[in-house]
Ligand binder design. Structure first.
Ligand code: ZN
Length: 406
């Protein structure tokens, strides 16, 4: 699947109709959550059929104006959030389980059409909405060209409202595959606050300066917003400015991490990363950290995306002990957060703290990979007749001498 996004150009009254469609979508979603809470909805199927109940009801005449597949898409979203809650409960995750909430009005909101309710013009430069909101025809603005794809490849069209306008996202069923020469290299990446990441060879990527700069601007705009009066016109303006500033940051960040991720994938045959939980990340309210966390999360998504395209495995490992263990001998070397250098008193290995962690991440990912591959093979053959006696002494002696990968 690839997603192309284009800006929608229309008149003010057309935008108001898109607002109506978005509001109706939210109404459908919230109604489903409500009847789930009341015990009327117990399955995904119930959620789907409840869409029909809503649209047939004379109480909510606006629901039937929304395209039927768009209503279903809302049911899917609602059910997905219910399912996520069930899953978190089953796994007994500590802390909040994410009980489904009603969505409030937000500027950033969307409604999703599937294969009906919209039409592209012959030259694919105009998009017309054909449901009963009658939003009409919009000109599409963007650098992407839909010409390469057939209509039936477009599986979904999302209308997204942002602080700076309305956008259409086209979700296209297309598997992208790129050729890549083998590089003979593999790497592990350790993320931190001092550097965006450090890899196995000790290469460090600085946090981009624009993130810090934008952060200052956002703080300023936030202060301005808090000084305005509730409900005033100035507050509305200030909120819009802040929203636009956030948009700008996230676009720049996305651009930067996308290029970086592509570069990492192109120059390695295997990439190991830490499995950082977004749940833990969001707990931290410090702006600087939250911005770099968001950048890292996006970076990981791009790594996995390009990994699939170029055929490079990207394996995430649990972050436990990656900075404590010695990557050379495996002994534990406890250090405080401020200790920047790893010095092993057991084998004498000295390296940058983050580089040591990056090597551990790579090793742990290779272990994880070999375990999953190995297990299926052993299970398939049903018996193990490997002779281990000669192997153990050999592996012990090489362990001490092994040098970290450069
Ligand atoms: Zn050591």
């Amino acid at each position: 699947m690839i997603v192309y996004e284009m800006k929608l150009q229309g008149t003010k009254s057309q935008y108001r109709r898109l607002d109506e469609a978005i509001r109706t979508g939210r109404f459908v979603r919230n109604s489903i959550i409500k009847s789930w809470m009341d015990g009327q909805i117990k399955s995904r199927k119930d959620a789907y059929s409840y869409c029909k109940v809503l649209s047939d009801s004379p109480e909510f005449p606006w629901v039937s104006k929304l395209n039927s597949m768009a209503r279903q898409a809302q049911a899917e979203r609602a059910w997905a959030s219910i399912e996520r809650f069930y899953r978190n409960c089953r796994q007994k995750l500590p802390g909040k389980k994410g009980f489904p909430k009603f969505k409030k009005y937000q500027v950033r909101a969307s409604v999703e059409y599937k294969t009906s309710g919209w039409k592209l013009s012959e030259d694919k430069r105009y998009l017309t909405f054909s449901d009963k909101f009658e939003a009409g025809t919009f000109k599409l603005w963007g650098s992407r060209n839909l010409h390469f794809y057939q209509l039936k490849q477009i599986k979904r069209v999302r209308v997204i409202r942002r602080h700076d306008g309305y956008y259409a996202q086209f979700v296209i069923d297309h598997t992208r595959e790129e050729k890549k020469e083998l590089t003979g290299k593999q790497t592990g990446l350790d993320v931190g606050l001092n550097y965006f990441y450090t890899d196995c060879s000790g290469t460090q990527i600085e946090n981009p300066r624009f993130l810090r700069k934008d952060e200052g601007k956002i703080k300023k705009l936030q202060r301005r917003l808090s000084r305005t009066q509730k409900g005033s016109q100035n507050r509305k303006k200030a909120r819009n400015r802040l929203g636009r500033a956030h948009l700008k940051v996230s676009r720049r960040r996305n651009d930067w991490v996308c290029k970086l991720a592509q570069h990492v994938i192109q120059s390695n045959d295997f990439v190991a990363i830490e499995n950082l939980r977004i749940r833990n990340m969001l707990k931290n309210h410090k702006l600087a950290k939250s911005i770099s966390d968001a950048a890292w999360y996006r970076f990981r998504e791009w790594l996995e995306y390009f990994g699939r395209i170029y055929g490079v495995p990207v394996i995430a490992v649990e972050p436990a002990y990656t900075s404590v263990d010695c990557s050379n001998c495996g002994e534990q070397v406890v250090k405080t957060l401020s200790t920047r250098t790893h010095r092993c008193q057991h084998c004498g290995y000295v390296a940058d703290r983050d580089k040591n962690a990056a090597i551990n991440i790579l090793k742990s990912a290779l272990h994880k990979l070999s375990n999953t591959v190995g297990q299926t093979e052993i299970n398939a053959s049903g018996e193990i007749d490997l002779c281990l006696s000669g192997e153990t002494s050999l592996s012990k002696s090489t362990r001490r001498k092994r040098k970290p990968k450069q």
